[in-house]
Design a protein around this ligand. Sequence first.
Ligand code: IMP
Length: 193
Amino acid sequence: MIPGLRVVTTNPGKWAEFSSVLQSLGVECSWIRENVLEIQSDDLGEIAYHAGLDAYRRWGGGVMVEDAGLYIDALNGFPGPYSSYIYRTIGVGGVLRLLAGVDERNASFRSAICYVDSYGVAAVFTGEVEGYIAAEPRGSGGFGFDPIFIPREGDGRTFAEMTLLEKNVYSHRVKALKKLIAHLGDRSLARDI
Ligand code: IMP
């Protein structure tokens, strides 16, 4: 059996996405609505790793944290790991202004989840979804940059125009989470043998 997971985030949107997938897979989960250490780095995996160790020090094993970001090709990957700061400062409108007149609108969302087990062993899992930046914001669902992100494999709607379950089909977050679930499943099988 996969052990219960404690998801550490202050972002209700992330919690909604994580908990919907975990509950649908029958994995118990609970929400620790607290901030964790966020180091400065260009590497989401490294940021998530240190956040995970901080969460483990404070709440013990079975914790997971996530660091995510929006990477825009025409801006050489900006805002990337600085996405939450850019969201809070210039916001969706500011990012669209940076892209005014730019035809090349490829972008991706990336997620790095760090899970720390009861022995304090940390493992990082990543996920990515490719897409485009919309010409203007559309939709009222989701959070952050969802109103301007159109997944490449979707039907042209932004993430904010989708239901949570529809976003989950494409999302960077769910791809990383599924890798974590597979890892926990393998480990629990190994224990059962
Ligand atoms: P952090 O992972 O808390 O550092 O925040 C990453 C930032 O990237 C968020 O504040 C959002 O602005 C943006 N972001 C990350 N994932 C998503 C997503 O699934 N939808 C929309 N914005 C996202």
